[in-house]
Design a protein around this ligand. Structure first.
Ligand code: C2O
Length: 573
């Protein structure tokens, strides 16, 4: 049984499989159900970008970090040793962590941080999962440089549901600041205001020629004319959503968040932090060098952001090298129509676990707040709107992290660290989008607390995520740990249960959904994985401001419905 981890099996698999060097897994597909070991050393690494040198935090000195290659149902064991001076954790984003909540990784939710000099071994099974996911640090803003791909192949001799590509490439999108990320987060929190825009956007850590000093700091994919390529797009960006396009080439989306979709072809797409999208690209254009561009999608008002696109090259063999590359056309930064049209076309290949009967009907608002100066934070200067302090919330509760992990508090019945009164619906009903309180800071405050929502094992949940217009409407990428959810509906304006059209036939099965700006999204999932599961906006600044909550999913009956005891090396608080 894939979920067991008896020592015999471990030892045997260790002898048989061991560490898979990068790139090898593509050519030699090992048998599924094996165990793969990785050694992650969290380190400080010196890099030079945009003519400046700085120390960043990495895994194994690599930026982006090492790729985890595996097959469906494989067991993954990663020993993470923290050789950096900072606290660290790693989250396996999109891994459903069946019965392995202890290995999920969000700091103060499922574990305390791995302290400097300490290590922790994450163990989990990629149970019934295949496709592209990623791992990232889940503490402060370290995710900016501590991230890498997870590539899960189907089991041996199980084909893709699309033509087999000639080659495949991982493209990780990111944002880069000259400042130390921990320092940057501290300064933003202390200011009470918004974050500074990124110095640059990055494709596999390269900004490309439109930035200062970066003419040769360009990522490149060499392509053979006539061949089809699978690009695994991953957004590890911090605070921005992005458009992506390749000059002269179409993108056929075949998978989103490691679930197959009905293939559909677009000229450009939007990807939110936390999302992964697989596209097929056919090299069917005249021999040349083409830009792959990644630029901003900003749906909020009055936010300053980096407007220079990161560029990588899609270069045909035989292209003359002194050629100028052909520029890609991205939508304008606030083109909501492109975003909504793409969302509309996203359909599951098969939607097999979609609940039609609902046990728990939930409605959470997502949006920003402005707190009165000095109301809760005497040490902040108040550079938010109208002399207030920025916050963010779900159902108007700004989440405060406890100082022992919620999972430990829950598992060990430690009282006083959280309350289980997270509201299932907003405490006040109003026109969330257009009539939102906006008399800053008199009526834009949130409640502050560590509140969770408890779900019975197996309950079938529908959750409406509703964006509010407090401060500004904005597309928020909401991510749920431990589950994929069906996105059964979305729309602009306020959710109206009478008028809303739901797709109960082939909705996409995601782990992160960009809730439309000034709109809503309806998601469904079956709460069949016991543990404490974080749900939050995948903009790090909003996460810092409190745009999160946690579900506690209770145990069911048998051993396969019960959370096992914690691993012995779980970091101490
Ligand atoms: Cu990608 Cu809570 O994480």
């Amino acid at each position: 049984m894939a979920l067991s981890s008896s020592h015999h099996i471990l030892l045997l698999s260790f002898l048989l499989s061991c560490y898979v060097p990068l790139g090898l897994a593509r050519r030699h597909w090992p048998v599924g159900g094996s165990t793969r070991f990785y050694d992650f050393k969290v380190q400080t690494t010196r890099v030079t970008k945009l003519c400046k040198t700085k120390d960043i935090v990495t895994v194994n000195g690599m930026f982006p970090g090492p790729i985890i290659y595996a097959q469906e149902d494989d067991r993954i064991i990663v020993k993470v040793t923290n050789e950096s001076p900072h606290n660290a954790t790693i989250h396996w984003h999109g891994v459903r962590q069946r019965l392995s909540c202890w290995a999920d990784g969000p700091s103060y939710i499922t574990q305390c941080p791995i302290q400097a000099g300490q290590s922790f071994t994450y163990e989990f099974t990629l149970f019934q999962q295949k496709g592209t996911l990623f791992w990232h640090a889940h503490i402060s803003w370290l995710r900016a440089t501590v991230n890498g791909a997870i590539v899960i192949y189907p089991k041996t001799s199980v084909p893709y549901p699309f033509p087999y590509p000639y080659e495949e490439h991982v493209l990780i999108f990111g944002e880069y600041w000259h400042k130390d990320m921990l320092q940057l987060e501290k300064e933003v929190v202390a200011s009470g205001g918004g974050p500074p825009p990124a110095e640059a956007y990055l494709i596999n850590s390269h900004p490309g020629p439109r930035y200062n000093c970066s003419a040769t700091d360009v990522y490149k994919i060499d392509v053979v004319p006539g061949k089809t390529y699978l690009l695994r797009l991953i957004s590890a960006s911090l605070n921005m959503e992005h458009f992506f396009a390749i000059a002269g080439h179409k993108l056929t989306i075949v998978e989103a968040d490691a679930e197959y979709t009905k293939p559909f072809t677009v000229d450009r797409l939007m990807i939110t932090p936390g999302q992964t999208i697989n596209v097929l690209v056919k090299a069917d254009q005249p021999i040349d060098r083409y830009d792959m561009a990644m630029g901003p999608y900003m749906s909020a008002q009055n936010v300053t952001f980096q407007n220079i696109s990161a560029i990588a090259h899609f270069q045909y063999t035989g292209a003359t090298l002194d050629d100028l590359s052909l520029p890609a056309q991205l939508p304008v930064y606030n083109d909501n129509l492109v975003v909504n049209t793409n969302l509309h076309m996203l359909r599951s290949l098969n939607a097999t676990n979609l609940p039609s009967v609902i046990d728990a009907n939930l409605f959470f608002t997502v949006g920003l707040n402005v707190e009165e100066c000095h109301s809760s934070n005497p040490n902040k200067s108040c550079q938010g709107p109208s002399g207030g302090v920025f916050a963010a919330s779900m159902n108007n509760v700004s989440f405060v992290k406890p100082n022992i992990s919620l999972l430990q508090a829950y598992y060990n019945n430690i009282n006083g660290l959280y309350t289980d009164d997270f509201p299932g619906v907003p405490l006040k009903t109003y026109d969330f989008v257009n009539g939102a309180p906006n008399n800053i800071p008199n009526d834009t405050q949130s409640l502050i607390g560590t509140k969770v929502k408890v779900l019975e094992y197996g309950s079938r949940v529908q959750l409406i995520l509703q964006n509010t217009g407090t401060v500004t409407t904005e597309n928020h990428p909401i991510h749920l740990h431990g589950y994929n959810f069906y996105v059964v509906g979305y729309g602009t304006g306020n959710y109206n249960p009478m008028g809303a059209k739901l797709n109960l036939v082939d909705p996409p099965y995601m782990n992160t959904i960009g809730v439309p700006v000034g709109g809503w999204a309806a998601i469904r999932f079956v709460a069949d994985n016991p543990g404490v599961w974080f749900m939050h906006c995948h903009f790090d600044v909003h996460l810092t401001w409190g745009l999160s909550m946690a579900f506690i999913v209770k145990n069911g009956e048998g051993p396969l419905e019960t959370l096992p005891h914690p691993p012995a090396d779980l970091p101490r608080c």
